[in-house]
Design a protein around this ligand. Structure first.
Ligand code: AHR
Length: 637
């Protein structure tokens, strides 16, 4: 790294040290960041997604004013083969007051509508009867109050897309979408969709603006996506295949999400790359190492652990897919996959630098063989791409050693480690990377970590343990290239995993205390670690839960000091600016403190939030760090 390190004590810090890990777990994508408001829009839910789910999950039959007829789900001559199910309304009588026959979608826990905003409705329909069928689309609440509407007449006997903008006049958080046929006839409907017009950056097929903003506010250096376990799936059938997630949304291949729900692939690789670009983060896609979730058993058993793996005869096609992803992201518009990126509206490359291969895979002979094939192919065809491998499912012990041995043998550039541990573990292990062998060429990506407090609550105590650990990531920023908290998002009422960094409902976003720690480190990163800038003072020297870190940002010239006090009482940190010109220095201190077991909640979202105050600095001075606090001091020289 080309960082102006001045003396032997200073160490360069990776510019990409703090980023995020986005996985579609806890409804993070469908029902979350992906702004689609209709749930099961293409009638593809089925019992393999979740027991009891079917084509009409989240839908209801509507027969108004004693209208009658049938609502069926059919599959012959569908919109396309990836989207086999659609619904058919056969309206025999539209009812006494022409109320009509139709269907209603409840969205994800009710639809949130905002007064004065527009919503983009679209649907594919196909007429089976001779006469055209007029339809009315309404956004209603349970009492039948209408918040916005549009009408159209289905006339085409071929599948045709209809689009309209619906203006909403009042706010509500519990609307549903009603699509009602107002005349006799028979029509098919598919891909019934509703998006807020106001998506993040106004993108079509875009992202929920509030959730995207909360990520953007962290200014992450990179985004790892789309998983986690989601990547390898729990069988080859739902291994994440990026090619299934690009192109027109109605042609994408939906599948069972390993976390027990349905994945539309509406938020796919194009949208991920675009989002990274929109927030100035580097994309870090992770692809399966052609094996599925550890020990999940199944058709193709390899090694002794019953891991499902891709048959070797399919590996060349799989490797082709991996190489094609690089072409999709970076290739010229004249290349096959670069042309597809251009078709989607992005002729410029996405500047992909990194690819992850594998996630927490058991290091078995079957894994090793497949990983090596993929890794060798990338290195041969794209030596410019940096591959991130995995240390396996454990972060210590024999399996972990095996993972590292393999990575070293194969010259893997970066190794992904994961750990979820108690807060004390983070305090006790904050020298982990100090001890790493610097002669090994492989660097570290701490791809998933979180301190799990009692009942898996997002307490200040857990956040401070993470902060303490992150000071040690800064100190080891020469070999730890990336790090990301996990998981990122949890939709209230739909979590498979706690704690998460950010919780949300249909219209509310909760930043946990842990979020503020990640954000404070990310927006206050430096590129040089300097151990001479700060040290514990007096009693602080002997305290277990007290750490400090001093970094420089060579672009702005700012000095940034972080102090984490996990002890019961105030402790001092000696700050040493001698040798620096502080005649014009201005400093501010951002403080995150409170009761160690306090959490932010939807009822009290500001229980523990950062507070900024100005600070007087001298060449040397002692900063009093309050009990249970993170202090981030930025000194502008
Ligand atoms: O972050 C949640 C899960 O934890 C990830 O999917 C997986 O990689 C890990 O086990």
């Amino acid at each position: 790294q080309d960082v102006p390190v001045k003396n032997s004590k200073e160490k360069p810090i990776s510019p990409d040290l703090f980023g995020i890990f986005f996985e579609d777990i806890n409804y993070a994508a469908d029902g979350g960041l992906y702004a689609e408001m209709v749930q099961n829009r293409s009638f593809e839910y089925n019992p393999s997604d979740r027991k009891g789910w079917h084509s009409l999950t989240a839908w209801k039959y509507l027969a108004e004013d004693f209208a009658y007829g049938t609502l069926t789900v059919e599959t012959s001559e569908p919109l396309n083969e990836n989207n086999p199910h659609y619904t058919v309304l056969n309206i025999e009588d539209e009812g006494q007051g022409k109320g009509g026959l139709g269907l209603a979608n409840s969205g994800f826990d009710g639809m949130v509508l905002k007064e004065g905003e527009n919503y983009n409705f679209s649907v594919w329909s196909r007429l089976f009867s001779e006469s055209a069928v007029p339809l009315r689309v309404e956004l209603r609440d349970k009492e039948g109050k209408v918040y916005g509407h549009t009408t159209w007449t289905a006339e085409s006997t071929d599948w045709k897309k209809y689009e309209a903008r619906i203006a909403v006049t009042q706010s509500t958080d519990s609307a549903y979408l009603a699509v009602v046929a107002k005349g006799k006839g028979k029509i098919a409907l598919d891909m019934v969709s509703l998006f807020p017009e106001n998506t993040f950056k106004g993108r079509a097929n875009g992202l929920r603006a509030d959730l995207a903003r909360v990520i953007a506010d962290m200014r992450p250096a990179f985004v790892r996506f789309p998983g986690g376990c989601l990547v390898h799936g729990d069988g080859l059938e739902n291994m994440y295949r990026w090619k299934n997630t690009i192109g027109p949304v109605e042609e994408r291949v939906p599948q069972k999400n390993i976390w027990g729900y349905h994945q539309t692939a509406g938020l796919g690789y194009f949208e991920y790359f675009q989002f990274c670009e929109d927030i100035g983060a580097k994309p870090l896609p992770v692809l399966a190492a052609a094996v599925s979730c550890q020990n999940s058993g199944g058709t193709w058993r390899i090694g002794s652990i019953g891991q499902k793996a891709m048959p070797l005869e399919d590996m060349q096609d799989y490797i082709r897919d991996v190489l094609d992803l690089i072409e999709y992201a970076n290739g010229p518009v004249t290349s096959t996959w670069g042309a597809k990126r251009a078709e989607a509206g992005h002729p410029q490359p996405f500047n992909l630098e990194y690819i992850g291969i594998g996630n927490e895979d058991k290091i078995t002979p079957g894994f090793e063989e497949r990983f090596k094939m993929i890794h060798d192919a990338i290195r041969e065809k794209h030596p410019e791409i940096i591959v991130v491998g995995t240390s396996g499912p454990s972060h210590s012990g024999e399996d972990y050693e095996k993972g590292w041995e393999f990575a070293k043998r194969e010259n893997v550039a970066l190794v992904d480690e994961h750990y979820y541990e108690k807060p004390e573990w983070f305090w006790n292990n904050r020298e982990r990377y100090d001890k790493y062998d610097r002669t090994v060429p492989a660097d570290i990506y701490l791809g998933e970590f979180a301190a799990h407090d009692t009942d898996r609550k997002n307490t200040l105590r857990s956040a401070l343990a993470e902060a303490a650990y992150m000071t040690h990531l800064e100190r080891n920023g020469d070999i730890v290239r990336f790090s990301s908290y996990a998981p990122l998002f949890g939709r209230v009422g739909h979590t498979q995993w706690n704690p998460n960094l950010i919780y949300f409902t249909g219209d509310k976003v909760l930043r946990t205390v842990n979020y503020y720690v990640q954000q404070l480190f990310s927006v206050n990163r430096g590129d040089i670690y300097d151990p001479g800038l700060v040290s514990p003072s007096g009693r602080g020297k002997d305290k277990k839960a007290f750490v400090v870190s001093g970094v420089k940002d060579s672009e702005t010239g700012d000095i940034i000091i972080k102090i984490v006090n996990g002890e019961e009482g105030e402790l001092g940190a000696d700050i040493n600016l001698s040798g620096l010109d502080i005649s014009k220095a201005e400093a501010e201190c951002i403080l995150l403190t409170g009761n160690p077991v306090a959490e932010n909640t939807f009822e009290a979202p500001e229980t523990v939030v950062p507070e900024t105050r100005s600070l007087r600095v001298n060449e040397t001075f002692t900063y009093p760090a309050p009990a249970h606090s993170l202090s981030v001091i930025r000194i502008k020289l």
